[in-house]
Ligand binder design. Structure first.
Ligand SMILES: [Zn+2]
Length: 624
């Protein structure tokens, strides 16, 4: 090859990269962007926050925006709010909420009052309905342009009812989450301006500079990195630094880049420990020292390091340089670069909640799917990852067994609803929980069964690296898994998420002649799946008969080299039965089993197994 052709080829190759590279940023959908500058004062006597907010809003859409919406979440904590009514009328209310909002007194409710609002220096009109602020713009925001909103607001921090508030059950003074007027997300689906009824959140990517001034005896922790650690102390300063505090109140300056939210806490009694994750973030731990906390919180810290290492390796690298695990809130709730968890727990429960909430850094903090519309991509994927990390930490077998159990119970109790609806609209909290957490976890573990282990984990890492900071939708996820595995998976997404159809495969009959055994399988459920049928022979060998589903247009790779796999013709999904010829007479076979890995969520497993150890006659007599 001459140098000239070589140069030509190089140029072609470069052009190819420019035009055909699958993963460049411009290939993704547009998304809005924000920059918040907030300067707030917390009065620890009146529990009020007064502050200013300068919001630079970038309209990267092709639409001209004539109005915008803000969330005023604290307004949910007022008698008669939608959150209050919903909690008093749903059949199985969250006990943390129950009828507590209806009983709040004037000085215990939450509110967000807007004192002034300007767009590019001009006053603009707005109206408030519950937890939504609708703003009619003075000047439309044109495509690919920006505008600046200046707001003055005053809020009252409600008594801790749900997620945020003052005086938590464990005595944390301020859990400041969903605490500031937050602009709603506008994306390819339009405005996501949902009233705050129960759950959950969807927000605009952006940068936050937040200055919090308050009583100097309070320790503040939250999203982002403290910028003035040497003027604050409380364990934030570099070791050996002489902290130079100003007189009176302290101003804490936090900075967070490329996050979807900003949360913080304040309490006078926090202990603050730190631990470095090798090739990962610095972990900060904030808890009130005491008999019910200190020992477990100390022991949990090394587990948190192992957890981050596992998550980085298996699911993708955590992209920020700090993460804070903070005692606060009313259970466990994820925020960018931090979590608030209740702290007076047994060791196992503390590690479990830490692992779950920290795993949300991947499946909420960084991927940030719309968790109101697709809670299963948020809670389910998080539970899946934390189950696997916990099993790595404590050497547990079957880490997803509980999730399968939760799904099976839901499918049998008549409360199941499709996973494709908005999280607030389930008839029961129970169905929401089992769908979002359990079915979301099973969705992934079962996907592992369909496409095979190696492609599954490769796909999960590709998904993270392609879609981080970009709000992926269900289709975005399944496309990555399709491209990685070379299989079509739309049918799977559609059946599992949009329907309540069930999987049930079984052995219909077994016949044998002098040279072979014929096994007829039946699809009893409406939900088609590929089938792994494992045959155990009397000499101890096992053989896998793999029957792909024709809908996938492909096969999974061999998962287990220690067992011989026979690749069968694909099963057309419309066919109720499928017969396999096994080249052994029945007398040589001990047992047959459909999916011994039990990753397929088969609702009736009793018909998956055939015991031939007593001969074919015995089997027939059993099933008559
Ligand atoms: Zn969660």
């Amino acid at each position: 090859m001459t140098a000239k052709t070589m140069a030509k080829l190089n140029l072609l190759w470069l052009l190819g990269l420019l035009f055909f590279s699958p993963a460049t940023a411009q290939d993704f959908r547009w998304q809005q962007r924000v920059e918040y500058l907030m300067d707030v004062h917390l009065d620890v006597k009146t529990h009020r926050v007064k502050g200013t907010q300068k919001l630079t809003y970038y309209n990267n859409s092709k639409d001209t925006l004539r109005k915008v919406f803000y969330h005023l979440y604290f307004n949910a904590f007022q008698p008669g709010s939608m959150m209050d009514v919903r909690s008093r009328t749903i059949v199985d209310p969250d006990p943390r909420v129950s009828d507590r909002i209806s009983k709040l007194k004037e000085d215990e409710i939450g509110y967000q009052h807007i004192e002034s609002l300007k767009q590019d220096g001009k006053d603009i009109s707005y109206s408030i309905d519950g937890t939504l602020l609708e703003v009619t713009l003075a000047k439309p925001i044109l495509p690919n342009s920006k505008t600046v909103f200046d707001m003055k607001f005053e809020s009252q921090v409600p008594l801790q009812i749900r997620r945020s508030g003052r005086n938590s059950k464990e005595g944390i003074a301020y859990s400041m989450t969903q605490w500031y007027p937050k602009i709603a997300e506008y994306d390819y689906m339009g405005w996501h301006a949902y009233q705050y009824v129960a759950r959950e959140f969807h927000s605009v990517w952006g940068d936050f500079e937040v200055k919090i001034t308050t009583d100097p005896t309070y320790v503040v922790a939250g999203t982002g990195k403290l910028q003035n650690a040497d003027k604050i102390g409380y364990g934030y300063e570099k070791p050996g630094t002489k902290v130079q505090r100003t007189e009176g109140e302290l101003m804490w300056h936090f900075s967070a880049k490329n996050v979807i939210d900003f949360a913080w806490v304040a309490d006078a009694d926090y202990a603050h420990d730190q631990l470095q994750v090798p090739e990962g973030p610095t972990l900060h731990f904030f808890y009130q020292p005491g008999d019910k906390t200190t020992e477990n919180w100390k022991k949990m810290q090394s587990k948190a390091v192992v957890h981050f290492q596992f998550m980085n390796k298996v699911f993708g690298q955590y992209p920020y340089d700090t993460y804070s695990i903070i005692q606060g809130g009313d259970g466990g709730m994820e925020y960018p670069m931090c979590t608030l968890i209740t702290g007076e727990r047994s060791f196992g429960s503390l590690v479990g909640v830490m692992a779950h909430e920290a795993a949300h850094s991947w499946y909420q903090g960084v991927l940030a799917s719309n968790e109101a519309l697709y809670p299963w991509m948020d809670e389910g994927f998080t539970d899946f990852a934390s189950n696997e990390s916990m099993s790595n930490m404590f050497d547990e077998k079957n880490p997803h067994q509980g999730s399968y159990g939760g799904y099976f119970a839901l499918a049998r109790n008549g409360l199941q609803e499709p996973a494709s609806q908005h999280a607030d609209h389930y008839n029961t909290n129970r169905a929401y929980g089992a769908v979002a957490y359990n079915m979301g976890t099973v969705f992934l573990h079962q996907l592992k069964y369909i496409i095979g282990q190696d492609m599954f984990y490769k796909g999960m890492r590709s998904y993270f690296s392609l879609w981080k900071f970009k709000h992926p939708s269900p289709n975005d996820f399944i496309r990555v898994m399709e491209k990685t595995s070379g299989m079509d998976l739309k049918w799977y997404l559609s059946y599992w998420i949009n329907t309540t159809k069930r999987i049930d495969y079984g052995v219909k009959n077994v016949l044998s002649n002098d040279s072979a055994t014929f096994v007829t399988l039946e699809r009893f459920g409406e939900f088609p799946m590929p089938v792994d049928l494992v045959v155990t022979l009397k000499n101890g060998t096992r053989e896998l008969y793999y029957i792909p589903l024709n809908e996938t247009l492909g096969s999974k790779n061999v998962e287990d080299q220690s067992i011989q796999r026979f690749d069968m013709e694909a099963w057309p999904w419309v066919n109720p039965t499928y017969t396999i010829k096994i080249s052994h007479i029945a007398g040589e076979i001990t047992a047959l089993e459909i999916d011994p890995s039990q990753r397929m969520a088969d609702i009736e497993r009793r018909n998956n197994v055939v015991d031939l150890s007593q001969g074919l006659k015995a089997y027939h007599s059993q099933t008559k």
